[in-house]
Write a protein that binds this ligand. Structure first.
Ligand SMILES: Cc1cc2nc3c(=O)[nH]c(=O)nc-3n(C[C@H](O)[C@H](O)[C@H](O)COP(=O)(O)OP(=O)(O)OC[C@H]3O[C@@H](n4cnc5c(N)ncnc54)[C@H](O)[C@@H]3O)c2cc1C
Length: 232
């Protein structure tokens, strides 16, 4: 996902076709907060699990993993806290250029899915895109006039975008690995097998989170904003 956005950045700056530059710029603008926040959140969760795996020994300085936990924790804070990245996505990126960034994104994702015909997990990626479209329409109807709704939706929306993008990429990765191992394998069989297993794990473990985030957003702000100060 990060490499793909890097490629879009190159296209947005160097492609001779101004239309392609413009569309790539849409994707860079939309995806920058998503790449920053989602990957640093997940990176932190991964290293935290690494520490947990080592139990109390992981918590001590002796093994060095607590240093990695502290070092990765800052990545969620500096270069724009991940909360602010989410607000940038929900409060600014959805609205700029007349609100066309999500449309450019959905078109790019659908084109990527359509590149190689049918593929394993393609229905799940289509389902993710449909869910995201539904959520964007809910936000359009409920959140754009209400900053509190937009704010409560921001973080799950960023995760929803990231997981939808990763769904499309895992379809592609699985498909490319299948084609390569069938037609012109350059690596060992276990290399390709690992790609298929990672794709399967993504769709079993991460993909269901899409629905959770969609429901979270559409539950609205009530349970967060209904508290009176005396109730704390
Ligand atoms: C080790 C380290 C190195 C750094 N290096 C640099 C550097 O080289 N250059 C540089 O310029 N800066 C640097 N920083 C600063 C860093 O970019 C800021 O710490 C970061 O942007 C967060 O700002 P803040 O600490 O003022 O937190 P705050 O802005 O006070 O944020 C506190 C919390 O409130 C949330 N929040 C803030 N505003 C809102 C809002 N409007 N709505 C909802 N939630 C909100 C944030 O998401 C965060 O969770 C560094 C910081 C650290 C700790």
């Amino acid at each position: 996902m990060a490499y793909w956005v890097g490629k879009q950045l190159d296209i947005s700056l160097k492609d001779p076709d101004p239309k392609k530059r413009d569309l790539a710029d849409d994707l860079v603008q939309l995806m920058t907060p998503i790449v920053k926040a989602y990957l640093t959140d997940e990176g932190y969760q991964s290293i935290d699990q690494g520490l947990q795996l080592m139990g109390g020994a992981g918590f001590t300085r002796e093994w060095g993993i607590e240093q990695l936990v502290r070092d990765s924790r800052i990545s969620r804070i500096y270069e724009g806290t991940n909360g602010i990245q989410s607000l940038d996505l929900a409060g600014r990126k959805l609205l700029i250029k007349g609100g066309r960034l999500p449309q450019t994104y959905l078109q790019a994702m659908n084109e990527m899915l359509g590149e190689g015909g049918e593929a394993k997990y393609i229905d799940k990626a289509r389902e993710a895109l449909k869910t995201l479209e539904g959520v964007l329409s809910w936000i359009g109807n409920n959140a754009l006039q209400d900053p509190e709704e937009a704010t409560q939706a921001a973080t799950p929306l960023l995760k929803l975008f990231a997981l939808t993008t990763l769904s499309v990429f895992w379809v592609k990765l699985d498909r490319v690995a299948k084609e390569a191992e069938t037609n012109s394998p350059q690596y060992s069989a276990s290399f390709y097998q690992a790609k298929h297993k990672a794709a399967e794990h993504f769709f079993r473990y991460f993909h269901p989170q899409i629905q959770m985030h969609a429901e979270d957003i559409q539950a609205g702000k009530a349970s967060i904003m209904s508290w009176d100060i005396s109730e704390f």
